[in-house]
Design a protein around this ligand. Structure first.
Ligand SMILES: [Zn+2]
Length: 135
C-alpha cells in the first residue's frame, strides 16, 4: 500500500491509500478521486513536503508534524499488518508471487533489499527506522 498526499482545486489537502502508483493513476483517470471537503474532482498529488535531511551527522530531530505523521503511520501499520521481522523481503516476495496468503505485512529490510523489491514490482513502503528508536 502507498499513501499519497492529495490536493484538490480548492487547496484542500487529504490523504489517499492506493495499492500501487498504477492504482492511483487508474482512479484518477476514472474520476474516482474526490475531495472529501468540497467534492471537487480536480485532484492531484500534493507537492512533496520540504525535504528532510536524514544523514546521521545532521541534526536528528524531525519537524514535529512529520514525526507525528510517521508515528501515526507506524501505529496503523502495526495494528493492521502481520509482523514478519527479518523475513520481510522473503515473505513480501512470496505474497507478490502468490506463494503465500495475500495480506499486509511489516518487518525489517535493508535499503538494498527494498530497492530490489521495488524493481521486482513488489508494493513496499519504507518507514524510517529512527522513529521506532525514538518512540
Ligand atoms: Zn476540496
Amino acid at each position: 500500500m502507498i499513501l499519497f498526499n492529495l490536493i484538490c482545486g480548492h487547496d484542500h489537502e487529504f490523504e489517499g491509500w492506493f495499492r500501487s502508483g498504477a492504482d492511483y493513476d487508474g482512479q484518477l483517470a476514472a474520476g474516482e478521486l474526490v475531495c472529501p471537503v468540497c467534492e471537487d474532482r480536480n485532484v492531484q498529488k500534493a507537492p512533496m513536503a520540504p525535504g528532510v535531511i536524514s544523514g546521521e551527522s545532521r541534526d536528528r530531530r524531525e519537524p514535529d508534524a512529520l514525526r507525528e505523521a510517521l508515528l501515526a503511520l507506524r501505529k496503523t501499520v502495526e495494528e493492521n499488518c502481520d509482523y514478519v521481522g527479518e523475513r520481510f523481503p522473503e515473505e513480501a516476495r512470496r505474497i507478490h508471487y502468490g506463494e503465500a496468503e495475500d495480506r499486509p505485512i511489516y518487518g525489517h529490510t535493508s535499503l538494498d533489499e527494498a530497492r530490489a523489491l521495488f524493481e521486482e514490482g513488489v508494493d513496499v513502503m519504507l518507514i524510517p527506522k529512527r522513529v521506532r528508536q525514538d518512540a
